[in-house]
Design a protein around this ligand. Structure first.
Ligand code: ATP
Ligand code: MG
Length: 391
């Protein structure tokens, strides 16, 4: 393993936040700290729009730290760096070590330098020139290519001097907790974990609601959703998962409502329960994994009917995506393998043979009337919710 003395983190959009910047930076630092807790003791501080992550104990797994930082929203680049003395000899010695370590077939390099400490005798272009020459002298069989180098050697002269040859792409987005809270309707499928991920990426904290239809859906289906929430929480931070029994309401709908309206009515009632929980938990909006036309309950007409059941805004980040595109993200965030496990969901049992693909809102509202005092039934389901805190 190549030695890593500390990790420098670069953030993008936050740097533009003007007066709110300290707020964003504070959240980011906290999220980083709680993410690293499991790995060991680190000092996490910021200076000049860069976060410094330094180990406070010997022998910490720095590669594991780098890996887990790729899952923190708000970070654009992760640079595992070597620290050295603030003179060109020491910088060159470290740079040569770094290149030799990572070099296999690579034949070209370039130097990028940043001088934050204006007292350092060389400016950035001079550092590049000087260090480039020293590397050419120190390593055989290597040449400079400023356009398409195999290796980019980065030097940053700050309070101390840092050298690095790896710049790892971070998760981007904004620190979770800087943009309020939303409630994701989390099924066991592929789409909803991706939808939650995409909203959390913009700094939004997640509350999650899952409906289960025991005994028609099994405990393993419930476990599956808990596993999905665990995987999501690596990126999204703490998630409170509300598991709500839906069987009674579902059976009532099946018994009383026209068969071809079942799914849309069921989805409307899911939304209403989720909204009640959302309001109670101080969350401002709902999120679903719906995508236009994916199934009968996601045609434009069906979406209009579902939307109309609630007054909170409904965010559907997958709305214009093809399944393939959603799958790609779910593989990237590690939810795919769990999502494709074959346990039934309460939406997939009792599927009508001929669902109405163009339901009209007035007809649906009329059809729902037979359910009587539905508010009481919704509250009853909520009263039986099970709440898990997923970290
Ligand atoms: P997939 O389409 O991959 O099966 P999905 O999560 O999109 O997964 P759908 O049946 O298409 O599942 O449901 C559409 C949306 O409704 C979901 O994205 C989710 O937000 C919500 N939803 C469906 N079933 C449930 C459930 N049991 N609990 C909570 N939300 C659900
Ligand atoms: Mg879907």
């Amino acid at each position: 393993m190549q030695k890593i003395d500390l990790i420098l983190l670069k953030y993008g959009e936050i740097a533009l936040k003007g007066l709110n910047k300290p707020l964003f930076e504070g959240k980011l630092l906290n999220n980083i700290k709680s993410r690293l807790e499991k790995i060991g003791r680190f000092s996490v501080r910021k200076a000049q729009s860069t976060v410094y992550v330094e180990p406070l104990e010997e022998g910490l797994d720095m590669e594991a730290a780098v890996e887990s930082l790729t899952q923190v929203f708000g970070i654009v680049n992760i640079c595992p760096v070597r620290k050295c003395e603030k003179n060109m000899e020491s910088i060159a010695k470290t740079a040569i070590e770094c290149i030799n370590y990572m070099r296999t077939t690579e034949k070209t390099f370039k130097v990028e330098a940043k001088r934050e400490d204006k007292k350092f005798p060389l400016n950035s272009p001079q550092i590049c020139m000087e260090l480039g020459g020293m590397i050419l002298e120190g390593i055989e069989d290597i040449s400079v290519d400023v356009h398409r180098p195999d290796i980019t050697v980065n030097v940053e002269v700050r309070q101390e001097a840092f050298v690095y040859t790896r710049k790892i792409k971070g998760a981007g987005g904004m620190p979770v907790g800087t943009n309020g809270k939303s409630t994701i309707l989390l099924s066991g499928g592929i789409d909803s974990p991706v939808a939650g991920f995409m909203i959390a990426k913009r700094g939004v904290e997640l509350e999650a609601v899952h409906f289960h239809s025991h005994p028609y859906t099994s405990d393993r289906a419930k476990e599956k959703v808990i596993d999905l929430a665990k995987q999501m929480s690596k990126y999204c931070g703490k998630i409170r998962l509300h598991i709500v029994p839906f069987t009674k309401i579902q059976l009532d709908i099946i018994e009383k409502c026209p068969e071809n309206y079942l799914t849309v009515i069921m989805r409307r009632l899911m939304m209403r329960i989720a909204e009640k929980i959302s309001v109670r938990e101080g969350s401002a909006a709902l999120i679903t994994g719906e995508s236009i036309g994916q199934v009968a309950s996601q045609t434009m007409e069906s979406l209009v009917c579902t939307d109309n059941a609630v007054s909170q805004p409904v965010f559907r980040p997958c709305i214009g995506m093809d399944k393939e595109e959603i799958v790609l993200i779910s593989k990237k965030i590690g939810t795919y393998e769990t999502s494709i496990l074959p346990y039934e969901d309460c939406c997939t049992i009792f599927v009508p043979k001929h669902p109405k693909t163009k339901p009209q809102l007035a007809e649906i509202i009329e059809a729902e009337k037979v359910l009587g005092d539905i508010e009481a039934a919704l509250d009853e389901a909520i009263a039986e919710e099970e709440v898990l805190v997923i970290r």
